[in-house]
Design a protein around this ligand. Structure first.
Ligand code: PMP
Length: 315
């Protein structure tokens, strides 16, 4: 047996910390769904492969390192923010790795799995009224920081440019590279809007003919955790409503149905907003003769496994 000394070890070099493993996620093709969209290629960015399990790792590490560089985040300060879950998990992970305390405000009805993960990373949790959703959590965290501004670093993901810039510098260029510049349409959901705005701006700058399609829940009362119904929510300061060529509404049941199909037909165990992303992607792709449509699957299914929709009857 001959041993080659010229090739690099298969596993590459060691990462210098868990934070080095954020980003550069795979782009996965959806061949079973492409049967329904002849001539159109469908791809999803596998964001659940980030070490904290979601797309929000990208924004969190960027906002925290921007805070350190600007001198606003110093040793001894506590990182605080309002989060429906994934950003909180990302802050908790990054905070642990960088040596900061993390205190999070979240609606009491956030999924039990999320609360357990946050506690496991050592974050302190403050529960706010489920009736007021994420907006209620935002109001509470602002009150705390206003009372004692010198103790806290408040990244405020809804108005922090680092949120969308993480995608402008990361997600967008990665998609261009992974499609060899062939992407024609980009589809993403709106939560803080960081993913859509940052990736969209990078794609637009690369090729102004790429179509940008955002989507959001089709009603104020929805089960699309992580997404916002903009007409009735506090609109994030970083949101740029002029960016999208089209803005679609997606229903919760449709998202649930497609999450089940992604698991059973493609072997992809993803979260509910990924099902919603696929609904919007299929809506776009069905109207095309040809194209390369790319979306983002923000997280995996682990945090939603106790929900009833997995076993709901297929209709
Ligand atoms: N899906 C899930 C599951 C999320 O947690 C989030 C973040 N709120 C989003 C989608 C939307 O991402 P963004 O905040 O970048 O708009």
């Amino acid at each position: 047996m001959s041993v080659s000394t010229s090739s690099a070890p298969a596993t590459g070099r060691a990462a210098s910390s868990i934070l080095d493993l954020i980003g550069r996620t795979p782009l996965v093709r959806l061949p079973r769904f492409e049967r329904e969209t002849p001539g159109v290629e469908l791809y999803a960015k596998a964001e659940w492969q980030n070490p904290g399990g979601s797309v929000k790792d990208r924004a969190a590490v960027r906002m925290i390192s921007d805070g350190e560089k600007a001198g606003r985040l110093r040793p001894g300060l506590t990182i605080v923010d309002a989060t429906s879950g994934n950003t909180g998990i990302a802050y908790a992970m990054v905070g642990a790795a960088r040596g900061y305390k993390v205190k999070l405000f979240l609606p009491e009805n956030a999924s039990p799995e999320r609360k357990l993960i946050l506690r496991a990373f050592g974050a302190e949790l403050v529960f706010t009224s489920p009736l007021e959703g994420t907006d209620g959590a935002i109001r509470e965290v602002r009150r705390l920081v206003a009372e004692d501004p010198n103790r806290y670093f408040y990244p405020d993901q809804y108005s922090n440019d680092g949120n969308w810039r993480a995608h402008f510098d990361g997600t967008g260029p990665e998609i261009i590279e992974q499609t060899a510049g062939r992407i024609t349409h980009f589809v993403a959901g709106l939560g803080t809007s960081g993913t859509f705005v940052g990736t969209g701006r990078a794609l637009r700058q690369y090729d102004a003919s790429i179509k940008l399609i955002s989507f959001q829940p089709d009603s104020p009362f929805h089960g699309l955790e992580g997404l916002k119904h903009m007409a009735t929510a506090m609109v994030p300061a970083i949101y740029d409503p002029a960016l999208a060529d089209e803005n679609l509404g997606v229903g919760t049941e449709e998202a649930h149905r497609l999450v089940r199909r992604l698991a059973r037909d493609e072997g992809l165990l993803v979260g509910i907003s990924a099902g919603a992303a696929l609904a919007a992607t299929l809506n776009v792709a069905r109207r095309l003769q040809s194209g390369v449509v790319v979306t983002v699957f923000p997280d995996g299914a682990e945090k939603y496994l106790s929900e009833a929709f997995w076993t709901a009857d297929e209709s």
